[in-house]
Design a protein around this ligand. Structure first.
Ligand code: HEC
Length: 224
């Protein structure tokens, strides 16, 4: 699923980029009062810019949401769908009625959705390396914090690459840790022994203190 997901994601991003470029050209023509130019450009790009591109980017977006661990029930996904539906309406209105205000408004909706997609959609950004400086790694030393040490191990052992910093990345079909319901013992068992073919056990790499710290970090990611 990892490769299908990333291929879809790249296609989705490309389609949106093309759509926004076409939209921006129309908006510039509208703002310059070039109604003849706008009509000509719309004529040439109507099928691709107002039908094929929006249809394909919506379709790939819905497929991505279905494939992601949180699925269609994710609140942000629903908000995004509503905003996009709204912007399709205001966009058509703007160019049919030559309304600059609506054109700018639609453009601002796009900007908002695209910016928030990068910030909010867990699957839309690659795992970033959190700042690990200053974390006390010796359980006996003053200032030791199990959850912080857990984060340290989470990044350095590579959990991050599949689960992502917030536990929601879902790379290679990784479980969404923000909705995990396992207790301490259940977490430790899975981290130690693994489960399935992708999530391997870490009993040879990590000792019990480390596994316990990781379990505490994993619990800190929960969103309920
Ligand atoms: C190569 C990708 C990969 C890496 C690296 C990885 N995991 Fe996983 N993890 C998975 C997958 C896939 C599952 C789902 C396993 C299944 O249910 O078949 C999973 C499941 C889990 C679960 C179970 C969650 C639940 O409630 O079902 C926990 C906890 C977990 N991983 C923690 C970790 C920790 C901690 C690390 C680092 C020490 C780690 N994982 C590294 C892929 C990975």
């Amino acid at each position: 699923m990892g490769t299908l997901y990333s291929a879809l994601l790249h296609t989705h991003e490309l389609l949106i980029t093309l759509y926004v470029i076409v939209f921006t050209i129309k908006l510039i023509l509208l703002l310059m009062n070039n109604t003849a130019g706008l009509a000509r450009f719309r004529q040439r790009t109507r099928v691709i810019g107002e039908m094929i591109l929006p249809f394909l980017f919506l379709a790939t977006g819905i497929m991505l949401a279905i494939l992601s661990k949180t699925g269609l029930s994710d609140a942000w996904f629903l908000i995004k769908m509503c905003l996009i539906a709204l912007s399709i309406g205001t966009g058509i209105y703007a160019f049919n009625k030559n309304s600059k205000i609506m054109g700018i408004f639609t453009f601002l909706i796009f900007l908002y959705v695209i910016m928030l997609s990068y910030i909010k959609d867990p699957a839309l950004h690659k795992p970033v390396k959190p700042d690990l400086s200053g974390i006390v790694t010796d359980p006996a030393a003053p200032g030791y914090d199990e959850v912080k040490y857990g984060l340290f191990l989470y990044v350095n052992t590579g959990c991050n690459t599949c689960h992502g910093p917030d536990g929601k990345l879902g790379n290679h079909g990784a479980a969404n840790l923000s909705i995990s319901v396992l207790d301490d013992a259940g977490l430790s068992t899975i981290i130690q022994n693994g489960r399935g073919s992708v999530m391997k056990g870490y009993s040879e790499k990590l000792n019990s203190v480390e596994i316990h710290a990781l379990a505490q970090y994993v619990k800190s990611l929960r969103k309920y």
